[in-house]
Design a protein around this ligand. Structure first.
Ligand SMILES: [Zn+2]
Ligand SMILES: [Zn+2]
Length: 276
């Protein structure tokens, strides 16, 4: 049985043609496909990587910044169009339910009405929202457990995820400031997909720079938690000196400061374990 994680998008807010907005797809040994965030280009990148929108079984949102959720209405509508069976479970911070009501049912009321008037059933245009107000374990199926930890980011209700299976631990951070509690939450993780928006020099003069992780902040987390492998994401590299090369340079910085394996993530990068 295998466990795999695919990076669907490794960019952020800007329309970088080489990097979609945030999205990660975790495929569990039992066949469930869990999508963490659904940012710009997520649905298109899923298709490019061979995943149909309606094959996503659950969605988990980190926070409600638009770069992390703007493709979710499209995922919901396209799933409906393609014949999704049953409601889509969506886990997210307070406000997730309102976001979906506004961005799907209200925004597309005329579209939906038109299709229904021409015979389309409303079956499949359904979701269930699990609002994650508290920390701790939020889902458990068989030997799989999913937990969340809140951290500071731009004043939003912000959720970092951890997935535990026997002998395997995977972490997926949100956009985040450093937090000393990450050391325990991500202790001995086999894989941590961690945001690394830019260097301290780049982020230092941005009003939003303090909301994010730098290579030094990532390295401290990796060392404190004894993470084995870290994959960097959420690059804001469009106006860096060195452009795309800056992502690999940041990975090298983390490498120098840790004993971990460090990878600069790219769209389509896939990690897998076959002995789960
Ligand atoms: Zn973001
Ligand atoms: Zn954000």
């Amino acid at each position: 049985m295998s466990l795999s994680l695919t990076l669907i998008g490794t960019g952020a807010v800007r329309a970088n043609p080489a990097r979609g907005g945030p999205g990660q797809l975790l495929e569990l040994p039992d066949g469930r496909r869990l999508l963490f965030d659904c940012g710009r280009c997520t649905v298109g990148n899923l298709a490019r990587l061979g995943f149909a929108a309606e094959s996503v079984s659950h969605v988990f949102l980190t926070h409600l910044h638009f770069d992390h959720v703007c493709d979710l209405p499209y995922l919901v509508l396209l799933s409906w169009n393609n014949g999704r069976a049953g409601p889509l479970p969506v886990y997210g911070p307070p406000g997730t339910g309102e976001f979906l009501e506004h961005a799907v049912r209200a925004a597309y009321a005329r579209d939906i009405g038109s299709r229904v008037a021409h015979g389309k059933s409303l079956d499949g245009l359904e979701w269930t929202v699990r609002t994650l107000a508290a920390e701790g374990t939020i889902a458990a199926w068989g030997n799989v457990e999913i937990s969340v930890l809140r951290s500071s980011h731009a004043g939003l209700h912000n959720l970092n995820y951890r997935i535990d299976l026997p002998g395997r631990r995977i972490g997926i951070t949100s956009d985040t400031e450093p937090d000393p509690r990450f050391a325990e939450f991500y202790r001995n993780a086999d894989l941590l997909v961690c945001e690394c928006s830019g260097t301290s020099a780049f982020l230092g003069d941005k009003p939003w720079g303090g909301w994010h992780m730098t290579p030094e902040r990532v390295a401290a987390l990796v060392n404190d938690a004894a993470v084995r492998e870290v994959v960097l994401k959420h690059f804001v590299v469009e106006d860096f000196p060195g452009g795309e090369g800056a992502a690999e340079a940041m990975a090298e910085s983390v490498r120098r400061l840790t004993g971990a394996e460090v990878i600069a993530g790219c769209d389509g990068f896939r990690w897998s374990a076959d002995d789960v």
